[in-house]
Design a protein around this ligand. Structure first.
Ligand SMILES: Cc1cc2nc3c(=O)[nH]c(=O)nc-3n(C[C@H](O)[C@H](O)[C@H](O)COP(=O)(O)O)c2cc1C
Length: 266
């Protein structure tokens, strides 16, 4: 970053372009990537902000084919199965789009999906809650606020997604809900949490254009503008609108083709 005042917005323009064109890519090629890309991505990740500069993250780089396969199998059998049944507790039309299917279909998909196990490398993100004591105690008083670990990790993850995109790679954000079996596989000590698996590789498909709410709908001037408040009832319509956009994108990840049906792109 330039330290002298400048009229140029070139750096901002580059950043905006990178941020707006990065997409979650759920189908990656198995083609190898240059070895130094991994370090480049990690180097950006470790530069993230964190409460009290605690840097509560650790990264496990996984390139071994058998381990990647085992992690995906565990993800499908433990994490996805858990999520599947949690989703069944919602009324069908409000379930996450990926789980509006029968259990039989879900099992078949889980058993046949090669998914991210074929990505050339995974970065597994760990959080060490002990390190967050570097920051003020009010940030993690029970029942009040405990975001300093997860927020710090999220910052590191976001930066690594962006670093990957800057290098022409796609990446995915695979949230882990039940971390115990993954920790056993990867020999992670008990005090650490395993929060995320990030597969990286060259994109298999041209991603969808991103979709974000317009700036004007989320920015308030001087005080909260009540005409921008969304009612509880309208939240349902919002979810439906959002899911209309995400269903084809998720389908892109779990089918053998680009997963598009006629009209999906509209
Ligand atoms: C906290 C968080 C959790 C997410 N969990 C998952 C996940 O488990 N699986 C997945 O495929 N994408 C996951 N994503 C990616 C989002 O679905 C994605 O960022 C969003 O739909 C916007 O799409 P884009 O990343 O292509 O712009 C997650 C993203 C965040 C920030």
């Amino acid at each position: 970053m330039s330290t002298t005042p400048s009229q140029s917005t070139a750096e901002y323009d580059m950043l905006l372009d990178l941020v707006q064109n990065r997409r979650s890519i759920r189908k990656l090629k198995s083609d190898p990537v240059p070895a130094d890309y991994i370090t480049k991505i990690l180097d950006v990740g470790r530069s993230a902000m964190s409460g009290g500069n605690a840097q509560p993250w650790e990264f496990i780089v996984v390139t071994d084919a058998a381990m990647k396969k085992e992690l995906l199998r565990t993800y499908n059998e433990v994490d996805i199965d858990f999520t599947y049944w949690m989703e069944q507790q919602r009324v069908p039309e409000l379930r996450h789009p990926s789980f509006q299917i029968s259990h039989e279909e879900a099992v078949i998909r889980a058993r046949t999906a090669k998914g991210w196990s074929e990505a050339p490398f995974l970065i597994v993100l760990l959080g060490d809650g002990r390190r967050q004591w570097a920051t003020v105690q009010s940030a993690h008083t029970y029942g009040v606020h405990q975001s300093h670990l997860t927020d710090g990790l999220a910052n590191a993850a976001m930066l690594m997604h962006l670093a990957g995109a800057a290098l022409g790679l796609g990446s995915q954000h695979v949230t882990i809900q039940i971390d115990a079996p993954f920790k056993r596989l990867l020999n992670v000590p008990d005090p650490l949490k395993l929060v995320l698996i990030m597969p990286f590789g060259y994109p298999e498909f041209e991603p969808y254009p991103g979709s974000r709410r317009p700036l004007d709908a989320m920015v308030h001037h001087e005080h909260y503008e009540m005409d921008k408040f969304i009612s509880n009832k309208d939240i349902i319509a919002y979810l439906n609108e959002l899911r209309g956009k995400t269903v084809p994108i998720y389908r892109q990840g779990y089918t053998g083709t680009d997963g598009l049906k006629e009209g999906d792109k509209s």
